[in-house]
Design a binder for this molecule. Structure first.
Ligand code: TYM
Length: 334
């Protein structure tokens, strides 16, 4: 018998349009893994995470369908991986509660995402505070070993690893310590002020049309010290160049770097080339997106949830056992 495949898990909030940051930071890696087929891939639309901040229920429902179709168009093919919606598998919430018993509040209060999202607010939900515990539950429910995420989620992943160490020490070896993939990236927003993020309105969407993407990209923040074309640029601090390193060929990157540092190309020129590279990568995804229907994707999500639930139930059974929970009464669910 061959060895079981390494399990991969990752998630995305269905709370806005899929943007270039999601694509370059995570979803492109998911596509590569799904296509390679050498690992057991689980990708999840984390709707329960999306309700930790104020939101519109009807809009969320719609976004779940749209995000599922976006992911399918991006190559996260449900025929070759397990694609599902988090709240369709209630065990995520249950495990989160159990994990919260070994997660210190001090650790949660040090999370930068918590600090950013709660800062200056009169009132924030408890769920926003315990958000990383649910994220740990997502990963551990499937005993995933690899978690492909962007740089902004690495701190949460480190917390999960800490939770695993605590849990395994207390209750016996149950979970592997999940690892990120090498070279996690952070794409800054077009405003250059914060990471590209649905909630900040500083994004270019993956399925945005060519003209609209260009009108946003041409106004994007670059090196503030460059006032005129002949000023030598600093690619190492420029978000446009970061995107070149992820979208352009080595040759184009060298050309961009030389012309930027040599004051031969202005930022507009670098952006024009980047836009071409972006189009080159995104046009096939848009074409695939146009072929997809809600009905078909929903069917795939249903299958995905059934498959995920089988594994989730097994983990919950083990967890309840080591925690000493339940009545053992006939008829009580184990
Ligand atoms: P979310 O929905 O914010 O983003 C989904 C994925 O996209 C990456 N990403 C970025 N990467 C680079 N630059 C950016 N500007 C950028 N913006 C987003 C994120 O790092 C992420 O990989 N908490 C997670 C979802 C989640 C999850 C999980 C992930 C819930 N449970 C379990 C992994 C495992 C989040 O809000 O991602």
């Amino acid at each position: 018998m061959s060895a079981p495949k390494t399990r991969v898990f990752s998630g995305i909030q269905p709370s806005g349009e899929l943007h270039i940051g999601n694509w370059l930071g995570a979803v492109r890696t998911w596509k590569t893994k799904v296509e390679a087929g050498t690992e057991d891939n689980f990708y999840c639309l984390v709707d329960a995470h999306a309700i930790t901040v104020p939101y519109e229920p009807a809009e969320l429902r719609e976004r779940i369908d749209l995000m599922a179709m976006d992911l399918c168009a991006c190559g996260v093919d449900p025929e070759k991986c397990t694609l599902f919606v988090q709240s369709d598998v209630r065990e995520h919430m249950e495990l989160a509660w159990y994990l919260s018993t070994v997660t210190p509040m001090g650790d949660l209060s040090r999370m930068t995402q918590w600090k950013d999202k709660s800062e200056g607010k009169d009132s924030v939900s408890t769920a926003l505070f315990t958000y990383p515990v649910l994220m740990s539950a997502d990963i551990l429910l499937y005993k995933a070993a690899i978690v492909p995420v962007g740089d902004d989620q690495l701190q949460h992943l480190e917390l999960t690893r800490e939770t695993v160490r605590r849990w395994n020490f207390r209750f016996g070896n149950m979970f592997p310590e999940p690892q990120p993939v090498a070279g996690a990236v952070r794409i800054m927003g077009l405003d250059g002020q914060a990471k590209m993020s649905k909630s900040k309105g500083n994004t270019i969407a993956v399925f945005e049309d060519k003209e609209s993407a260009w009108s946003k990209l041409k106004g994007a923040y670059t090196d503030p010290q460059r006032l005129k074309k002949s000023d030598p640029g600093r690619p190492e601090i420029c978000n446009i160049f970061t995107m070149h390193t992820l979208l352009s060929t080595k040759e184009t990157q060298d050309e961009v770097r030389a012309n930027c540092t040599g004051g031969k190309w202005g930022c507009f020129d670098c952006k024009k080339v980047l836009h071409e590279r972006m189009e080159h990568e995104l046009v096939p995804l848009r074409a695939k997106r146009a072929e997809l229907s809600t009905a078909k994707t929903r069917e795939a999500l249903g299958d995905g949830a059934s498959k995920a639930r089988r594994i989730a139930r097994e983990t919950i059974r083990e967890v309840r056992e080591v925690l000493g929970l339940g009545s053992l009464a006939k008829g009580a669910e184990s």
